[in-house]
Design a protein around this ligand. Sequence first.
Ligand code: GLA
Length: 662
Amino acid sequence: MRTKKIARALVAAAVTVAATVLVVIGGPQPATALENGLARTPPMGFNNWNSTACRAEFNESMVLGIMDIFVNQGLREAGYTYVNLDDCWAVPAPNSRDANGNLIPDPTRFPHGIKYLADYAHARGLKLGIYTSAGTKTCNTLGFSGGLGHEQQDAATFASWGVDYLKYDNCNNQGVDPVQRYTTMRDALLATGRPIVYSICEWGRSDPKVWTWGADVGNLWRTTGDISDNWTSMIGKAQANRVLPQYAGPGHWNDPDMLEVGNGGMTATEYRSHFSLWAIMAAPLLIGSDLRKATAETFGILKNADVIAVDQDPLGRQGTVVSNDGAGHVVYARTLANGDRAVALSNETTTTATIATSAAAIGIGGSSSYTLKDLWSKATSTSSGSISASVGAHATTLYRVSRAGTTTRFEAENASYTSGSTVDANWSGYSGTGFVNTPNSAGSYVEFTVTAAQAGQARLTFDYGNGSTADRPSTLTVNGGGSTSLAFPATGAWSLWKTQVATVSLAAGTNTIRLTATGSGGVANLDYLDVTVTPTTPVQNYEAEDATIVQGVVESNHTGYFGTGFVNGDNLAGPYVEWAVTPSAAGPGTITIRYANGTAGTRTADVRVNGALVQNLSFPSTGNWDTWATATFTASLVGGANTVRVTATGTDGNPNLDRLSI
Ligand code: GLA
């Protein structure tokens, strides 16, 4: 699959040094890809446009007021950083520029200029964003000068003011090729030496579509036209944006436009859907309401830390649509860095509906138990795999789903693999530092070394990418044996990751888990292996021959017993064996008695725990005295010492009793 790569090979590799590069180079770069080290998670902040448009209330006092609220109301701590000015911050043409060609801030709106705002932001741990258009004028009809043809000068002006973010719009573009227009500004921003998040606002209009080239040019790009403060507009943006997950990743995000939460045109339910969908799609969270007038309910939505954590998850994978019934019931899932999944059950209709998916459908099947946390109600529940909710009209239920047990991550890049494999990082969304790309041939392998604390079953979750159209099947072997064939079907793109799961038995100590390609494509790009074990409480065994025996003897004349023998009680009602047991944990549990009954009839006994009758237990025939079976009952044990007494109730007495297990 190394033959499939395209130009972005250098991008991720340069991430860690990018900030340094900006400082050191300080001049024009012959860059073919944007790598400014910024926006490793989707930008969070504020933009005035959705609440003020060009009205006079967009001014210094508003911007400073928003910054104060960011600090005072905990929004900064919640992750909101950028306070961005939209259109209309400047003096309209023909006086937009001074004698030197520099843009002039509107002295009425911003009497202290823009640097004053940036300084105010920086003093508070915030950042300042600004706006212009990749055209001769910006979008507003008042006619503010745009950046086309002024890229270096305007970028330098913004940098000199301490601007940290540029939204670069598409109006009045004179038909100049968008890649050229946006690339020129990218290079102008890089040339300033100042780290500036670069937001492309091209609306997804031209061909080739901005998402196919945006990652090389900007940190985010609008995928749609402008959002409005109503359900139809908002859900339309979500629908357009959710089909583009393969283009998003750390440093380069799809942008379905700014938030309308709190602007009054939607219900709280609809705003929660809006926020949930933006989060699961890893969209920028730019608050679009005037927080100086916001209600507690609006703050509650915008500050929901669990939902923000989904949006800001460092793995940086945009959620994908798992199912869509075509009638407005849509399930999205997003793989999170720790292996959990975020799941959105979204009801686009006006009627309450049950929307369901499963752990298997979202790629973490095979476990016996899952925890579901509702990220709005905060309720947690457990499930054996079904994920479902009754979802109201225009509502979205957002869950974080975790597997029970302990999951340990093994990165493929730390495994061993066929010589000739490479550890690549050119497709974003990988965990760790990259993924393993094996030679395209049968026999290629990746082998993980997994240490298990105890022998037992483990669930394996392989995270892989397969941007080819064909399956890349592999054989799974554990410690060289037990080969199982696993499919690794196409994921839709090399930057889209899916999982394949298997349940295997591990030995205590070191195990090798190997995937060996059986097809000519080699192993799919392999990102990681999650190994999930559910620690079982060790079984405690108590031999009957060690217990208190009344009216019975220890014998060993039949085979198959544990310990040194078994107890043969007298053939009448009344004989008993009483075990003294000390459980590792108090509480209800299953108690197992191993026995043999070589007669044709069923023998019976009263079971008493700490003197209290639990039940009369049956011991059906085992056919002969060398064949052992178990009878179980449920009882609650106290912490510390307990007695379990088994007293024959029939005239045949007890069966032969071998041992008791808790
Ligand atoms: C365009 C953009 C909007 C906003 C306005 C300002 O419509 O898409 O987001 O910036 O311009 O004029």
